[in-house]
Design a binder for this molecule. Sequence first.
Ligand SMILES: NC(=O)c1ccc[n+]([C@@H]2O[C@H](COP(=O)([O-])OP(=O)(O)OC[C@H]3O[C@@H](n4cnc5c(N)ncnc54)[C@H](OP(=O)(O)O)[C@@H]3O)[C@@H](O)[C@H]2O)c1
Length: 339
Amino acid sequence: MNCSQFATTMRSAFSLHHFNSPRLSRHVSNVSASLQPQGQGTDTPPRIGFLGLGIMGTPMALNLIKAGVDLTVWNRTKSKCDPLISLGAKYKPSPEEVAASCDLTFAMLADPQSAVDVACGKHGVANGIGPGKGYVDVSTVDVDTSKLINGHIKSTGALFLEAPVSGSKKPAEDGQLIFLTAGDRNLYETVAPFLDIMGKSKFYLGDVGNGAAMKLVVNMIMGSMMASFSEGLLLSEKVGLDPKVLVEVISQGAINAPMYSMKGPSMIQSNYPTAFPLKHQQKDLRLALGLAESVSQPIPIAAAANELYKVAKSHGYSDEDFSAVIEALKSKFQHSENQ
Ligand SMILES: NC(=O)c1ccc[n+]([C@@H]2O[C@H](COP(=O)([O-])OP(=O)(O)OC[C@H]3O[C@@H](n4cnc5c(N)ncnc54)[C@H](OP(=O)(O)O)[C@@H]3O)[C@@H](O)[C@H]2O)c1
């Protein structure tokens, strides 16, 4: 089956009465046709798989369930599937079995290694997927990893879309993510209603790798912003200013970003409730440095920020929010680093 046949077949079964949610129905009504599992009649609802139920994957999967989607889940640590199973999700014990039993499978995994393991490893997606099916990887990975996964999936006759997200835990809960997609255009059109359930906007960026690159550039900027903000908070305090007032001043000017008002107050209290784990921010800076290296683009600010995140990681802040990077600038660690 070629790409356009896939899209036509998938769309032909995508009808409103499959879904019990007005929200999904609204989205679906914008799709010209419907989604059809291979070999099934037009009355069969599409079966959707979701792999990886961490901070982001869980609320994204939950939003699909709430919208009435027929969802099958898998996670390496099975206990994280249980709350979703209790809400009606099905469970399969491997990515291979999820991909084999579903028409479309999404994956939200930690990093390049886990994304490759789940897609291409033993009992991975590539063993269960095939013609008439699609795989959408929404994890943040580098360009080469995404191309590698694309190659494995495409070799089975299935279609591939990369779709990393901008937005964190709260936007994931609220269905307000921004999808940065690239890859098969027909698959993009087919999965658009599902992306619209989980997100507020989506960009189609062309060839596989462009979504990954866009995501890394965005998170490179974010990582540097947070490092610079951390320096400002500590400097203001050192010179006798109230950092809370600094946050307020920033919030009213041209350099305002929601992130500062959201994270600043807890950073001042040395609290870092995890929305975006610091280890993932450091991973993204590391991958952005690799991206810049591939085109000989200097990114000295991001390189310096990356060092700070590495220090924070080495002091045990990997699983705290990335705003804990401020800890790397505190004198206790500066002294110990210099010893
Ligand atoms: N959190 C955010 O604000 C945010 C925002 C945008 C993008 N992202 C990106 O989205 C992805 C997921 O982020 P997250 O915050 O949800 O991370 P997370 O809470 O750490 O979840 C990571 C997921 O990957 C799974 N995993 C890790 N290693 C694995 C392996 N070797 N094999 C199979 N599964 C493995 C974990 O399974 P277990 O449960 O078994 O550990 C878990 O389901 C990352 O690429 C991150 O950079 C995150």
